[in-house]
Write a protein that binds this ligand. Sequence first.
Ligand code: AQP
Length: 347
Amino acid sequence: MSETPSGSTLPRVLSGIQPTGDSFHLGNYLGAVRQWVAMQETHDAFYCVVDLHAITVEHDPRALRRRSRVAAAQCLAMGLDQDVSTLFVQSHVPEHAELAWVLGCLTGFGEAGRMTQFKDKSTKYGSSATTVGLFTYPVLMAADILLYTPGHGGALEVPVGEDQRQHLELTRTLAQRFNHRFGETFAVPEAFIPKDAAKITDLQEPTAKMSKSSSSPQGIVEVLEEPGPLRKKFMRAVTDTGSDVRYDETEKPGISNLVRIYASLEGISYDEVERKYAGSGYGTFKKDLAALVADTFTPIRERTHRLLADEEQLDRLLAVGAERAGAVAARTMEVVRDRVGFVARGR
Ligand code: AQP
């Protein structure tokens, strides 16, 4: 149990999303933000637009600023409520970078080098574009998490996809190492895969994850996309031989992805989807699925645009989140600085 600036005693949860695209995609919605919205009712929730992580690869400053606001606006449009949870921008709380430095000094070079996501990304970008920031990305993620560990025996839950499990393991190791060297400070965070979180794959390459930065325009379904192009993408989605709507990840990865999306949006089982479309063929199923996605995203898109139309108000809302998150982070860092042996600043 934790005590927050608002006095909440609910278990705490922390999660983040990168402002790396002009829109979130269907995977971000079904695999992350929709669960965030549900968890704000049951948890003392902290959600973060991780702009520091977004500069680990080359970026355009104007795009980053725009995308950070777009990311925050989409979170709010999807149902995050700043009165119930805490939504903030990572760079507004400088303690994230400060704790990352301290934790970096506890992380072995070899240990960081074993992170598979780093190996994949550095192979993809090539050695000249592989920065030290990309290498230490998991250490920053550890700092993001550990700053919000409730100090007095409370739990911190971190929803993670399979691809982030190794980073969470490193976070747990660093928490234990810090506690061992400097005294009990961090509760060791727990990973969990949120109920109903679906992994969504690329519409053109159904065995690859749908991704802001690596999917092709035809493979990704964007939340802010207009219904027309969105429908076309579903109609052109790669499907498999045969014509029956059946969930089979090995034999039918394309149609299985579409069944997963349908089931997830409707809150029904794969069997129910199969029964509903028995004998219908792919065309009817794809048309209905496109309409279902468009109906889900249209109000979100409209709310996002309304929020973005008043930038000052949006920034004020984010300042409220930064204030609340900053209060927790400042308390944690005060303890960390003392434990590590930094001289307290005179007053
Ligand atoms: N395809 C997906 N299916 C289900 N969940 C997904 N998530 C991402 N893609 C899918 C979840 O969305 C959250 C935020 O992800 P992120 O923006 O921090 O980075 P990511 O996981 O690396 O997502 P992208 O789209 O691939 O971004 P880029 O291209 O910038 O790396 C996470 O909870 C993630 O699990």
